[in-house]
Design a protein around this ligand. Sequence first.
Ligand code: NI
Length: 227
Amino acid sequence: MMIQIPGVLDAQTVQRCRQLMAEADWVDGNATSGAQSALAKRNHQLPEGSPAAREMGRIILDALSASPLFIAAALPLKVFPPLFNRYEGGEGFGTHVDNAIRIQRGSDFRIRSDLSATLFLVDPDEYDGGELTVEDQLGTHTVKLPAGDMVLYPASSLHHVTPVTRGARLASFFWIQSMVRDDGERRTLFELDTTIQSLAAERGQGDPNIIRLTGVYHNLLRRWADV
Ligand code: NI
């Protein structure tokens, strides 16, 4: 399942990130790749742990922790420190899968990648190409979102970024280890949560059936979550 999370960053914060990225030194994107994806990848990245990447990473993690939609959809246990990439001049990233385990360079921090995230930092009309294309059981999905919006998709999926033929595509990308490892279980919880929220908006939180449904949600979460 792909889930779009609009407005993770507001326009002013995107602008701050654009300024930091304009002043930063970029390196060949293959600095962070596994052997298989290095074959397909052509882009540039901010070095992991560079001052700009750290500052923007903190901004993004703060924004995510304040996003009820992100928390409901991802049920995050651990979030990898956000990385940043830039595609221009025909660069793209051919079909690949993301590594199952990500280790933060120079630390003990490691996560299992259950979900992949792309947070767009440039509006779609500023570049041509650069669509994120994800293949899952339901077919092929293509996304290219406004600056500040994010998409979550299963890290297990095959995906690629089409070549950027005009302008530059700037984005943050990272992975999430969810408390609920299984994509189907996580989706079921998200649908139940979303339905409870919309019923509660109609009937009020005190409705006895909403209280019972909320109990079902938490009992399923208790059954499926690892913390
Ligand atoms: Ni990828």
